[in-house]
Design a protein around this ligand. Sequence first.
Ligand code: FE2
Length: 414
Amino acid sequence: MSRERITETIAWRSDDPHLTGNFAPIGSEIDADELEVVAGAIPEDLFGTYICNGPNPRYEPVSYNYPLEGDGMLHAVRFEGGRASYRNWYVRTRGFEIEDTACHAVFGGVMTPRPVDPAYLGPGDDPDNPFKASAFIGVMQHGDHLLALGEGEPAWESGPDLETRGPWMAGTDEPILLGAHNRVHPVPGDLFALSYDFMSPTVTMHHVGRDGRLRRSFDIALAAPSMIHDFVLTEHNLVLLIGPLVFDMEAMMTGGSFLQWRPDIGTRIAVVPLTGGNGASATFNCLLRIDTETGDISAHDFGNRIAGEAVFIPRGECETAGWLATYLYDPDTQTSEFVLLDAEGFSDEPVVRLRLPPTRAARPSRHLGAGLIATAIRSTLFGPGVKVCYAPATQYQEGTSERIDHSRRNEPRL
Ligand SMILES: [Fe+2]
């Protein structure tokens, strides 16, 4: 891995707004020993380094989709003894090296992948891989390891000078693939990392010890190859939000976009034990009720059915009293229901399930399509005399001007 500094400037120009102005790439790697203080003073006791990674295409891209393409470049400001210095360094991934040899871009973008000319590939390169490993999205530290991160590609380890050392093996004999957001468990200090796959309907989770050695990896099956940029780590579980943004090679081959929004798949939440159990994948669709003071979590599991966005409807003055309302879609019957859960008996059977009117005789109930945003309003809709589930803000006694004061009654407040 070359430690030779790159001193050339960017010779090409582009009209792409994401390649101009503040987005314009920086060609040369530099060191600035002492940064000028424009105002104020550097705290004497500030010690450490702030590092940012981002897409910085060295060669004029064949196509460019911000923020999905580029070469990684680490920008670091180091503080010590009231002084600050700066250094930047390209992340010299294998993709970067291939283009360094060619002296021009040879990969297409992630949205427009194309075969790479084999003349530029080495014996260890996969000629069928059209994607450039470029590690420009994230940067993190785990133990002694400083890692530049892309998505679904090797993490590239940097040394103390920021120089690229090579793909991180995590104590194994081959690179492990990581995403841009990974989580260190605060108790054991272990790293939990996610990697999704462009081509296969799988997300892989890695558990790496605080010593930097891979403990285990396990796969979670998905409905389609999906972009999962981030996840949540709790004390005992991984929580994945799997939106319907999927990679579709067939669509791309017929002129469409490689990334497709597929609301028919729905949004799914997977809660996976950190122990992984016997390694089986577990995805299900549930709503969680989290007590932010005690940390208690209760779940309502809808099984194979897919919930929309749930809206809390308060009932009375108690913070926990009320209902959760949502639509529920059953992919087996292709029908939807409206369900209302009691927030205080969250795991119990729904307070009510409502069948939605049929669209045609052959179907017992309609489906709504996967929704995104829901709301509850302070009004009955559909004209006078039709009650929905909410009380209006102001009601008058029939035939009088006397207001009904809902604040003195235990009725829904929105
Ligand atoms: Fe992010």
